[in-house]
Design a protein around this ligand. Structure first.
Ligand SMILES: O=C[C@H](O)[C@H](O)[C@H](O)COP(=O)(O)O
Length: 232
């Protein structure tokens, strides 16, 4: 799949994702480049069709993008229950729609927004589809900076090979919107993601894992044959 093709797929996903939103809905706005295409399409509908909805962004970047189209944003404080959240993902299993998310570092807020929503739809191109999680992507784990070295040791004990995430082309640690660190944990092929998520979350210092298990209702997958709809 070449870069031009990927851009085309993301634009298609943006339009279809945005078409799921109707007047007055409460909407969780995801993060990353594919979710950004949904936000742009929603922005066009806001400007050209007068679509109005209440948007809760899952990252500062998504908030800025939405605001650049004039979309009025709200918070989970004002609007704790959402009709739908639409987001990207880094890996998606064909069966069960289990996910790895967080290569962009937004996993904690994305998960909070997801669980505030009645329905969770993800938008991905077909490169992200896998039989089992862990085929291409480590599991991003958000940890508190205090004592992160000890947290890392515990993650290693449950089988992770770890890279501490740093900023692009920079030796400084990458920090999330919430000021936390990300440890990219390679567990190899993940046979039991339910168990692994529990094991990760039970470690002191771990704030959230990038495993999104049994929580996706629908995946829109762009590929050579158009957009497929997969359901859990
Ligand atoms: O933290 C980032 C998010 O989980 C993204 O939704 C995910 O990384 C997919 O991003 P993209 O659509 O840019 O591949």
């Amino acid at each position: 799949m070449d870069a031009q093709q990927i851009v085309k797929y993301k634009e298609q996903l943006g339009k279809i994702g945005a078409s799921l939103v109707s007047q007055g809905m409460k909407v969780g706005l995801g993060s990353g480049s594919t979710a950004a295409c949904v936000i742009r399409s929603l922005g066009k509908r806001w400007q050209e069709e007068g679509l109005r909805f209440e948007g809760v962004p899952s990252s500062i970047a998504s908030a800025k993008l939405a605001e650049s189209y004039g979309i009025e944003l709200t918070t989970l404080g004002e609007c704790p229950e959402l009709d739908i959240a639409i987001d990207g993902a880094d890996e998606v299993t064909h069966q069960g729609l289990q996910l790895i998310k967080g290569l962009g570092g937004a996993l904690l807020r994305e998960k909070i927004v997801r669980y505030a929503a009645k329905k969770f739809v993800i938008v991905v191109d077909e490169r992200k589809l896998v039989d089992k999680l862990g085929e291409h992507t480590p599991v991003p784990v958000e940890v508190t900076p205090f004592g992160w070295e000890a947290t890392m040791k515990h993650l290693e004990k449950i089988g992770a090979s770890i890279k501490v995430r740093v900023k692009n082309d920079h030796p400084d640690f990458f920090l999330t919107d919430g000021g936390n660190m990300i440890l990219d944990c390679d567990f190899g092929i993940i046979d039991d993601p339910v168990r692994l998520e529990k094991d990760i979350i039970s470690i002191a210092g771990v704030i959230e894992s990038g495993l999104f298990i049994n929580c996706t209702d629908e995946a829109l997958v762009a590929g050579y044959n158009g957009i497929q709809h997969l359901y859990k």
